[in-house]
Structure formats: structure tokens, C-alpha cells
Design a protein around this ligand. Structure first.
Ligand code: FAD
Length: 392
């Protein structure tokens, strides 16, 4: 591979901060180009730990995400061996009747329900195939000098400090990014964050007594109830991850078993036998609702030294199912820029930062809009839908 004008290859020393979905995918893209990649992740290796509460268990994978996975050779595996196709929305009315709104009845395109841990583990596993990738778990970024390419990590187990230098720092450390906090110290950095009044809490519909699905599996199930809603995505083991989105005030008011059951009997009666009364109570009171944040910021880079991608650059509310997908698209676009500019970091980082924000801001706005559409407008006749859209 040649990346310099004289036909030789300059191997870059890259540190990726964050081994979540986007960081582990970006590590693969960079490894494929022949660069040295060190991936530092705060948590333990996800392949050795059970699913953590408070992070979505499954996600909808769409064409943006699939395109990126295709580039690193993992699309077929995810679609054929793991993902569960969701061909439309299956809407649950209060009386328990349902109807279907197909996503694309003409070309039959669909989205896929995939497990977060499974996909993250697969990306990390794939990186083991590249000798030029090293993975460091239990390493928390605690300080940095991005212009100097300097990073300081603390090991979460031994508390030892580890200092590293890099030609390029990629911050893929999520919505509360430590790399972004450092970039914020730059003049002319624009930053906007918004917590919406709704939080989310995950419940579960287990498989039926024969180990099968209790609802038609190839749909994203939605219980739209105006001010709040519940959705369910299918899992490989025939269970469903059910997510209840509600204002925090509602979560707070459902503070005992009786109130919780009465609330479900009133608004989601058909879900009670599916979840099971005791399981509903146990799962609801086992956790607390998590907040939802949207972040818009720019620029994404510090000169030719550092760049933020994924949620670190553009966390969005989850109602458009595009957070991970947009983060994966960052990796595709970045790879195209590496090819276009022959690994010239100054040109790559500048072009990414100058152009990418328009699409990520648009995704963020669409996700905010879909927040209303999913919980409310989806249930209305089209003439009312048109009026409501005009009113937004
Ligand atoms: P993260 O997944 O947050 O990963 C960041 C990583 O960085 C973590 O592993 C973290 O431990 C690590 N880290 C953090 N700080 C440090 C530090 N200081 N040092 C070292 N490491 C650090 N998206 C979709 O596309 N489709 C969906 O259907 C969908 N559904 C969702 C449902 C819900 C309820 C929520 C909340 C989100 C959903 N999303 C969905 C969004 C998706 O989860 C995110 O966009 C995606 O996880 C972003 O990936 P990331 O790698 O950028 O960040």
C-alpha cells in the first residue's frame, strides 16, 4: 500500500479512545489500511461480561450501518447469522388489537434487530485478526494534550497511570466523551446539549413455553400512547427487549406495585400476560429510568491530531434508530477520506469536520421529530398527521 507521493507507505500510530460500537469498528478500518492501532476502553472486555443495565440491549441496524459493516467484511454475518429482520411497525392499540405499517412495501427493504453486546464482541473479535491492533481494557482516559498527541489513562483495577503518544487520536468515547471535553477548551468550539423530559427503562418479554416468540417477530412493536410509549425489538433467543419511554415525572409517580399494575392495565393491557405480572414488577423496580441526551457540536477535530466520531461527536435521541448507524457511517466516510487524501491527516480531518456536521445535525433533528411521531402521530389518520407535522 502506498500513501505518500513517492509511493512509500507511512504507517500512522493511532490511538482510539473507546472500544464501544463505533471505536471498535473504526479500529478495524484503520487496521485494514495498515496503520498501528491501540484501542483503549474504560470498561472490561465486553466479551467477558454480562449485559450491563442502563444501555440498550438491542438496536435497529439500517443501511448506513450495514454499508460500514460490509467494508470490513461483517455485513453478511450480521444479516444472515444474527440480525432479525423488522419489516415494519406493528402498532398495539389499547384494546389489544394490532395493525401493521410496512417500512417499504415496494422494494421490501427492512431494518434488523441486533444485539449490542453481540455486535460489539464481533467487532473486537475481528480486530484480533490484525497484528497491528492492540486492545487495552480497564483503561480510563483521565487527561490529554491533544495538540501534542498525548494521552494519560488510569487502569481501573491497579490505578496505575499509563501515558501514550500518538500521531492521531480518535475520540469514540460516547456521549460524555473525555476527548470532546478537551476539544471544548479550543476557541470557536460550538456546543449544544439537550436532555429531553423523557427517560427510558428496559423490560423483557420472555420466550413462550416452547421457546418461541410470543409476538410476530419480524416487526418493531410499538404501543403509542401520546405522551409516552413502549416499543419492543426481537432478540435471538426469542425474547423481546421492551423499552418504556416516559417523562421522568411519570416514572417517579409509579412508585409501588399497585400503581405500576394499574398503569399497565390501563395503557398496555395486552403486554401484561406477555411480560408476566411478577416479572414486570421485578424488572421495573430493579432499575431506574435512564436519561436521553442530544448533542450537537463542531468542529470535530483539533488540527491534524485529534477527531471525535460517533456519540462523542453527535449523540442523538434514539427515536430514529440512527445513533449507531450514523456513527458507523462516520467510519465509512473517514475511510473514504483516507483514500481520497492518501492518509494526509490535515486534509482528512479538516474535510470530515467541515462537511460531516450537516448530516449529523439533520439526523439529530429528524430523531427529535420522530420522538413525537412514534408516540403520537403514528396513531392518527393521515390528514391529522399532515396537520400535526405542519404544526411542529
Ligand atoms: P458508546 O456506545 O457510548 O461507546 C463509547 C465507549 O467509550 C464505551 O465503551 C465507554 O465505556 C468508552 N469510554 C467512555 N469514556 C471513556 C474514557 N474516559 N476512557 C476510555 N473509554 C471510555 N442506535 C441505532 O443506530 N439504532 C438503534 O436502534 C438505537 N437504539 C437505541 C436505544 C436506546 C435506548 C439508546 C439509549 C440508544 C440507542 N441507539 C441506537 C444509539 C446507540 O446506542 C449509540 O449511538 C451508540 O452506542 C454509539 O456508539 P459509540 O461507540 O459512539 O458510543
Amino acid at each position: 500500500m502506498a500513501n505518500l507521493e513517492n509511493g512509500t507507505f507511512k504507517k500512522l500510530d493511532v490511538v482510539v479512545v473507546g472500544g464501544g460500537l463505533v471505536g471498535s469498528l473504526e479500529a478495524l478500518f484503520l487496521a485494514k489500511r495498515g496503520h498501528r492501532v491501540r484501542l483503549y476502553e474504560y470498561r472490561e472486555d465486553i466479551r467477558n461480561t454480562p449485559q450491563a443495565r442502563g444501555r440498550s440491549i438491542n438496536l435497529a441496524l439500517s443501511i448506513r450501518g450495514r454499508t460500514a459493516l460490509r467494508e470490513v467484511g461483517l455485513e453478511d454475518h450480521m444479516i444472515n447469522n444474527h440480525g432479525i429482520p423488522m419489516k415494519g411497525r406493528n402498532i398495539h392499540r389499547i384494546d389489544g388489537s394490532t395493525y401493521i405499517i410496512p417500512y417499504d412495501s415496494r422494494t421490501k427493504q427492512c431494518i434488523y434487530s441486533v444485539g449490542r453486546n453481540y455486535l460489539n464482541g464481533l467487532l473486537l473479535q475481528e480486530s484480533e485478526k490484525y497484528e497491528n491492533v492492540e486492545r487495552f481494557f480497564n483503561h480510563k482516559l483521565i487527561a490529554s494534550n491533544l495538540r501534542e498527541g498525548f494521552l494519560s489513562f488510569q487502569k481501573t483495577d491497579t490505578k496505575e497511570i499509563v501515558e501514550v503518544n500518538a500521531d492521531l487520536i480518535i475520540g469514540a468515547d460516547g456521549a460524555f466523551s473525555a476527548v470532546r471535553k478537551e476539544i471544548m477548551k479550543q476557541p470557536l468550539f460550538d456546543y449544544n446539549q439537550k436532555y429531553i423530559e423523557h427517560g427510558y427503562l428496559e423490560l423483557c418479554i420472555p420466550p413462550d413455553s416452547n421457546g418461541g416468540f410470543q409476538m410476530p417477530p419480524n416487526y418493531l412493536h410499538i404501543w403509542p400512547r401520546g405522551e409516552f410509549m413502549m416499543i419492543a425489538l426481537p432478540n435471538q433467543d426469542c425474547s423481546w427487549t421492551v423499552t418504556l419511554f416516559m417523562p421522568f415525572t411519570h416514572f417517579k409517580s409509579l412508585d409501588n406495585e399497585d400503581k405500576l399494575l394499574k398503569f399497565f392495565e390501563k395503557y398496555f393491557p395486552d403486554s401484561i400476560p406477555l411480560i408476566g405480572k411478577q416479572k414486570l414488577i421485578a424488572d421495573y423496580f430493579a432499575g431506574s429510568a435512564s436519561p436521553l441526551i442530544a448533542i450537537k457540536c463542531r468542529p470535530y477535530n483539533v488540527e491534524d491530531k485529534a477527531l471525535i466520531i460517533g456519540d462523542a461527536a453527535h449523540a442523538v435521541v434514539p427515536f430514529y434508530g440512527q445513533g449507531m448507524n450514523a456513527g458507523f457511517e462516520d467510519c465509512t466516510i473517514l475511510n473514504q477520506l483516507f483514500q481520497k487524501h492518501h492518509d494526509d491527516l490535515a486534509k482528512i480531518l479538516k474535510e470530515f469536520s467541515d462537511t460531516r456536521w450537516e448530516d449529523t445535525f439533520a439526523i439529530s433533528d429528524l430523531a427529535m421529530y420522530n420522538y413525537i411521531e412514534m408516540r403520537d402521530l403514528v396513531t392518527r389518520p393521515s390528514y391529522l398527521l399532515r396537520k400535526a407535522i405542519d404544526d411542529v
